[in-house]
Design a binder for this molecule. Structure first.
Ligand SMILES: NC(=O)c1ccc[n+]([C@@H]2O[C@H](COP(=O)([O-])OP(=O)(O)OC[C@H]3O[C@@H](n4cnc5c(N)ncnc54)[C@H](O)[C@@H]3O)[C@@H](O)[C@H]2O)c1
Length: 450
């Protein structure tokens, strides 16, 4: 990123409501681009730390960006949406949209912010949902605001945790959902700086597109996991298979890794929310509902396969878990596949000790299992090790240290990140997902034979 001192002061004044994974990069990013940004955050501890330039999210460069914004005074933090929105010309709503009990998106946070700010924003203000919301939300928000001189629009966020700052400045695409030409123009000017395709649609299409993108990703992963399970039964290798499948330009190589089941802060709730909306619209999305069910079964399958390698049961067995975050590069535990598996292990009577390089002991204190300060520390005296997040340091660990620490010899690599030959050479029984035998092309045995 280039220095910011000489950047222009921009005419729009921005408010960002919610300083979380998407709100904070949005607020600090636009401040870095020269906008005056006021960010509202209701969590008092988080607010105090942010005002002092301290960021608790595990996001590269985010703390520097926040500090720069504070130093230039273009970024400020306040404790209430009303204090941020009163002077703003564009208000970005970045508050949570969690899953309600019936699977729908719970819009309580979004609607209460809009009810709070609706009466006091200036004429011409654009209220933009950046939170992921179901189709039809903008209409509801317009009714809540109840003013013809205030606009409502949608610009869904596509950034990925772990690379939020990079994704803010270098997005793949920008989607603007707006009906009035003036709103399309003003938001278009705001996003013009990124030099990437800006697609402008009606609001319903924009709202639905974010859900479609996440449902597609989840379906793709469930497809790969289903193929992995078939590979296990057939003695085939899903890793090699997907390398070939991904070379088809119509498919592409990304998001084709088999694993313990997908999770994270978005895919589980967004797939269910879309399935709920589809049912409400009288167009049940049976394929997506089956994707969601098959993912639950994938978590069960991890526990069942581990039990198979421990004489049929995990009860009373000591299990080390490597990785708690839903993916490498983040400390976010929301709907993490690892926690899904850990919960099932604990429920089945296993004695679990976990380690994650980005998650501290405090975060797991309520979850019913122990926490170790190091990866090897988690392995002392255990019957089995399960790798559940693909942190690079796990693949770089010396397997002989693990073998020396463990009582048993079962290592279940649900992310396929460990080198099969190295780990089996250390005397460990490596169980993988969809790779029933060591890679015959790359194994040292075949290299020696050749
Ligand atoms: N996390 C992601 O990778 C990601 C990506 C794309 C879209 N989204 C969507 O963005 C939305 C927010 O997700 P997130 O991960 O940033 O959530 P988050 O929980 O990290 O952040 C939300 C923040 O909003 C604050 N907040 C709640 N009510 C508030 C209020 N009334 N006023 C001010 N602040 C308030 C919370 O304290 C919290 O800090 C969700 O709809 C999510 O689906 C998230």
């Amino acid at each position: 990123m280039s220095p910011t001192d000489n950047r222009l002061r921009r005419p729009e004044r921005l408010a960002v409501i919610g300083a979380g994974y998407i709100g904070l990069p949005t607020a600090a990013g636009f401040a870095d681009l020269g906008y005056e940004v006021t960010c509202a955050e209701t969590n008092p501890t988080k607010l105090a730390r942010l005002a002092a330039g301290q960021v608790d999210l595990h996001e590269p460069d985010l703390e520097d960006l926040v500090r720069r914004g504070l130093k230039t005074r273009r970024l400020s933090f306040v404790d209430h949406a009303q204090r941020a929105a009163g002077d703003a010309s564009i208000v970005f709503i970045c508050v949570p949209t969690p899953q309600a009990e019936d699977g729908s998106a719970d819009l309580t946070f979004v609607e209460s912010v809009v009810a709070d700010i609706g009466p006091l924003v200036r004429p011409g203000t654009i209220i933009v949902t950046r939170s992921t919301v179901p189709v039809g939300t903008a209409d509801r928000l317009r009714n809540i605001v109840g003013r013809r001189d205030v606009h409502v629009a949608s610009t869904p966020e596509f950034l990925r945790e772990g690379s939020a700052v990079r994704d803010f400045f270098h997005p793949d695409r920008i989607l603007i959902g707006a009906s009035e030409p003036v709103v399309r123009r003003r938001l278009g000017e705001l996003y013009d700086v990124f030099g990437v395709p800006v697609i402008v649609t009606d609001i319903a299409t924009s709202e639905l597109t974010k859900h479609a993108a996440n449902a597609f990703l989840a379906t793709r992963l469930s497809f790969v996991n289903a193929m992995a399970n078939i590979c296990e039964a057939a003695g085939a290798d899903v890793h090699q298979m997907m390398q070939v499948v991904g070379l088809d330009p119509r498919i592409g190589p990304k998001f084709l890794a088999a694993g313990p089941g997908w999770g994270g802060s978005c895919l589980p709730k967004d797939t269910r929310a879309l399935a709920y909306v589809a049912r409400q619209l009288g167009e049940p999305f049976t394929q997506l509902e089956s994707t969601v069910r098959s993912n639950e079964a994938q978590f069960d399958r991890v526990v069942r396969r581990l039990a198979d390698h421990l004489d049929g049961s995990v009860q009373g067995r000591r299990i080390a878990v490597w990785g708690l975050a839903f993916k490498a590069g983040t400390n976010d535990l929301r709907d993490s596949p690892s926690l899904e598996v850990c919960k099932r292990l604990v429920a089945a009577g296993a004695d679990v000790t976990a380690f994650d390089p980005a998650v501290g002991a405090a975060a797991v204190s309520q979850l019913g299992f122990a926490y170790a300060e190091t990866s090897i520390g988690a392995c002392f005296g255990v019957d089995a090790l399960v790798v559940l997040t693909e942190w690079p340091e796990f693949a770089a660990t010396d397997p002989s240290l693990v073998a020396a620490a463990m009582s048993g010899d079962v290592v279940f690599d649900t992310r396929n990140v460990l080198d099969i030959n190295e780990w089996t050479s250390a005397g460990l029984r490596l169980v993988t997902v969809g790779r029933s035998s060591p890679d015959p092309l790359n194994s040292s045995a075949s290299a020696n034979a050749a």
